[in-house]
Design a protein around this ligand. Structure first.
Ligand SMILES: [Zn+2]
Length: 159
């Protein structure tokens, strides 16, 4: 019997299996933007903090990936495994990246404020016409900030 020679794909499959079967583990990696990944209630959840100007730096993009995308990401990425309970964006912090994602309902289909990311579960949202970003949903607090900054066409709620 010869020793099996593992390639990147084999290693990625091992990592995937580890993530899938080990509770409270997640991975992060910085390829194509810093991303955290976990297996949660049957879904591969990937999150990253926004880099686009239309969002705050706290806004979380949440995506559900299929298995193939997870494998590709693990092949391409040097990843670090963490307990989910200490997956901090910056350390120290009082909440993990997963807590922030839950707070914003980042993996739900809810409407979310385009600026701060909070959803209509916790904020009252309205749709506004903006000078540079078309029509966007904003919560009341963010609406006031955008209005003061001159980013709203007339500040009237459309929906
Ligand atoms: Zn907001």
């Amino acid at each position: 019997m010869t020793d099996a020679v593992l390639d990147e794909h084999d290693i990625a499959l091992d990592q995937l299996e580890y993530l899938k079967t080990t509770g409270n583990v997640c991975a992060d990696g910085s390829m194509t933007g810093w991303t955290w990944l976990r297996y949660h209630e049957g879904d591969w959840q990937a999150l990253r903090f926004a880099t686009e100007a239309v969002h705050t730096r706290e806004y979380i993009h949440g995506e559900v990936w299929d298995r193939e995308r997870v494998v590709d990401w693990l092949v391409d990425n040097p990843v670090t495994m963490h307990p989910q309970s200490s997956a901090y964006r910056w350390s120290p912090d009082s909440k993990t990246v997963w807590d922030y994602a839950d707070e914003q309902d980042a993996f739900s289909d809810r409407d979310r404020c385009v600026w701060c990311g909070h959803s209509d579960r916790t904020r009252s949202l309205g749709v506004y016409e903006t000078v540079e970003d078309g029509t966007v949903g904003l919560c009341e607090g963010c609406r006031d900030d955008w209005d003061r900054a001159g980013e709203l066409v007339n500040g009237e709620v459309l929906e």
